[in-house]
Write a protein that binds this ligand. Structure first.
Ligand SMILES: NC(=O)CCC(=O)C(=O)O
Length: 266
């Protein structure tokens, strides 16, 4: 199976509309080169461009959905189209990832569960998702997560409990915490004996330099491919059967102990 991670640059000098057009052409270029294409988190606005969230929010089936559905079917690829600031007509905004099948049908929508910013930014401007999302592809099952989610291992364990073998993380991770990004991507791969496809953004927006360095990690925790800091399409070939083989040969996941007793005190 071949996956292409589109580490698009999100810079203030470019409008969301211009970036959408560029993303369409980058996805179409993957026809015949990849089975699965991944875009990053909030690439129309930038993950840290808080003031743009409301202004650029769109309904689930808004302009990004329409263009990405068509791009997926034009290219004939499974497309994780990254996330959009979703305007729910009956609720708050959500940071929502869209996954399309090669025929351009929506296969899944994932509302980011862990919002970043503590008491500011995304944490107050967006609502929190509550549902785990997996997507069955012909050769693997994707588990979907977004950026700050990467810090919460229980979410990934939940995805694995529901059959995930390839964990896809769309992100807008900042350069200043790049060491955490690579470390956490490898940790999630090792502890879950799964592939991790972590796609970030390049460029600088809202004064926050993005880390780039999208990375693909195998179920043994080895880095199969890593991007540099700038805009780049990172294409990697991987064998989804390695997940079952690793889990058979080193069956640590089977040794999980759930429902431990609380401490009884001093
Ligand atoms: N957009 C995000 O979720 C940023 C996460 C981040 O910067 C971090 O976890 O560190």
């Amino acid at each position: 199976m071949r996956a292409s991670l589109i580490q698009i640059a999100v810079d203030e000098g470019e409008s969301a509309e211009a970036r959408r057009r560029r993303a369409v052409s980058l996805v179409r270029d993957q026809a015949g080169a990849a089975d699965l294409v991944v875009l990053p988190e909030l690439w129309t606005t930038g993950a840290f461009a808080y003031e743009a969230f409301a202004a650029q929010a769109e309904p689930l089936d808004g302009p990004t959905y329409e263009l990405m559905a068509k791009a997926a079917s034009d290219a004939g690829v499974w497309l994780h189209a990254g996330s959009i600031p979703e305007r729910d007509p009956e609720g708050p905004l959500y940071n929502t990832s869209l996954v399309f099948s090669p025929s351009g049908d929506l296969a899944a929508a994932y509302r980011k569960i862990h919002r970043f910013g503590f008491d500011q930014g995304e944490a107050v401007l967006m609502g929190a998702g509550r549902e785990l999302v997996t997507v069955r592809l012909p050769d693997t099952t994707l588990g979907v997560a977004t950026c700050y989610d990467l810090r919460f291992p229980e979410l990934f364990r939940g995805l694995v409990a529901h059959g995930a073998e390839t964990l896809v993380v769309a992100a807008g991770w900042p350069e200043r915490r790049r060491s955490h990004w690579t470390l956490l991507a490898r940790a999630r791969a090792v502890e879950n004996q799964a592939f991790v496809l972590a796609c970030g953004t390049a460029g600088t927006h809202a004064g926050v330099q993005q880390a780039g360095h999208s990375v693909v990690v195998d179920p043994w925790g080895e880095v199969l491919a890593e991007a540099g800091p700038g805009e780049q399409v990172l294409t990697v070939e991987f064998d989804p059967a390695r997940v079952a083989a690793t889990r058979d040969q080193f069956p640590a996941l089977k040794d999980r102990v759930l429902g431990l007793e609380p401490p009884t005190g001093a």
